[in-house]
Ligand binder design. Sequence first.
Ligand code: MG
Length: 354
Amino acid sequence: MVSAVIVAGGKGRRIGFKKQFYKIGNKPLILFSIEVFKSLKVEDIVLVVPSEDVEGWRGLGVKVVEGGNERMHSVYNGVLISSGDYVLIHDGARANISPEVVKRVIETQGDCVIPVIKPPDSVIYNGDYINRDLVYLVQTPQKVKRNLFLKAYEMAKGIYPDEGSLMSGVLGIRPVFVEGDRWNFKITYPEDLKVLERLKMEKRIFFGYDIHRLEMGRPLYLGGVKISEDFGAVGHSDGDVIIHAVVDALLSGLGYGDIGTVFPDNDPKWEGVRSEVFARKAMELLEERGVSIKFLDITVILSKPKLAPYRDKIVNSLKTLFNTENISLKAKSGNTFFDNAVQCYALVEILLPV
Ligand code: MG
């Protein structure tokens, strides 16, 4: 049987935060690796995290153990509580882990099997160009025979950067090389996270529109903010056209049907309800799908009152409701053409897991 140890014990000193927990969409980096191992029927998975994070990461159906000061100590802690004859040791920061590479490593026989790639660039060593055909870059997961790894660790006199170097340096076991994948890269610098986000998430743009008639004797709400006490939108709910346009764009774009399908206006449940309820429900659906909103571009057409005094309040309210910092809100007066209506056009840019 083969186990997996995902090493995520780093404190993020170089990058400034614990990158292994950085979220792409709503998924922390280490979950990408856990999912790949699970999909390949690796049943025994150990997650190694900093001591202060151990409790927080329980409940994923994997073992959790605290890391050590050096990578090799963290690996040892993980291997110790793994149960397979062989263990796949993987960097938690290699979130774009390829199932094909993992399969190759699992299926290749050897006491130590490591994925490697050739460097795409020329290589200079100590001032001289060297034959790059003789150079490999080493990736993970690296497979080790469990009892031999434990023996090598206990015999080691110094610190080894990875499993292959430990096994060959201490026991003289020459690793078996298999082909890695250049996209199985390790998140090291902040810009690597941007690359990863582009690989894992797809950008989509949805459009929404809403219009409500205005009438005396009722309040007007826009983006969850009360704009007028006595000249407001006629509607089944509070007639908040900004929220309706955004929610309509999101729901229909993601395939839930339009706002009227999800919140039917013949359902007394939604009668007189504040539209924030629709926004929250839509955000719950987005959360389940791992979708995040990147940008909201909103145009409101309203003759009176003027929106300018409420602008910041509306933007702040939308930031909270739709969990995004990037909002553009434009107001058009409509030159009295639309005195008796309030309208909203909304473009919504989202990131969706690929
Ligand atoms: Mg509406």
